[in-house]
Ligand binder design. Sequence first.
Ligand code: 3PG
Ligand code: MG
Length: 346
Amino acid sequence: MRTLKSFEVKGKRVLVRCDFNVPLAQKRGIILDDFRIRKTIPTIEYLIEKGAKLLLMSHLGRPGGKVVESLRLTPIQNRLMEYLDVSVTKAPDCVGEEIEKWSREMQPGEILLLENLRFHKEEAENNKGFAKELAKLGDIYINDAFSVCHRNHASIVGIPKYLPSGAGFLLEKEIKVLSQIIKNPKRPLIAIIGGKKVKTKSKLIDKISEIADFILINWLIAEELKGKNIQLKYPQKIVEPIDGIEEKDIGPKTIDLFKEKIASAKTIFWAGPLGKIEEENFQKGSKEITQAIIESGAFSVAGGGETVEFINKLGLTEEFNHLSIGGGAMLDFIADGKVVGSEALK
Ligand code: 3PG
Ligand code: MG
């Protein structure tokens, strides 16, 4: 996989796939957590410094192939300008003759943010023509959107067919850290899997149990496994909750049990909160587990929007070895050792 520094980018139009899919407040335009934006800044700054012409593209939410006013990238444009010392122009769309003309008139160091890719249904359909249209806007394609790399979408797997392509700094780092966990983890390796999207996760647990020594799970996942009578290859590796707070959080006995496992770990990766943390009454389990991970001194990786937002709010971001911008993408990578987006760059 080629990486950013191997490209001569001066004066070139560099099309960068970012994941600016950040949580927004109901009230339009308020970004609740900008971790994904901040993490992409080094790639953007490097390209500006090297005199590239930058075209940034992202999706936001799931507009389903049509224009949804509240999902325009305007709040992202504003936040980028706060972090960067340059002005960021936003295009009214992400493809079309007008945008292509703009791209040809850009000067080195300029940034054009394309409008939400998912306003076109062709993005999620991985439409070839759409990928070609996007590719016309750049001379080089850089993917820095690890958290969407498990999606077979045009801007992820389509564009690299038509342009010299490589990974940005963030994608490069995500893959490096996660590969290390899979290939050569210090043991015991403990996976903590929580969150709400249990359907996709319960499928991955089996695969992850091939590399993890123990998997600690929340109530929702425990119930999904039982309810669907899912047969696991290594059931002895699964550590379920033994008590709970209305089954919306893990209870004190479970916290102790999980802490004991965590204290013995040399590597920990964590995806998904242990309780319904959007309600304060059910945050205790996740708070205690965060502390236990930090105190264990193990190599620690956490990922997923909600988990990372929670750790950020506790002010403990710096205490983890790596916080991944990916949730689903991280679990897929751990389970399969690859994601379609990084494969497309090979
Ligand atoms: C995410 O937030 O998980 C990524 O941005 C991918 O978005 P998606 O789950 O809507 O494909
Ligand atoms: Mg997702």
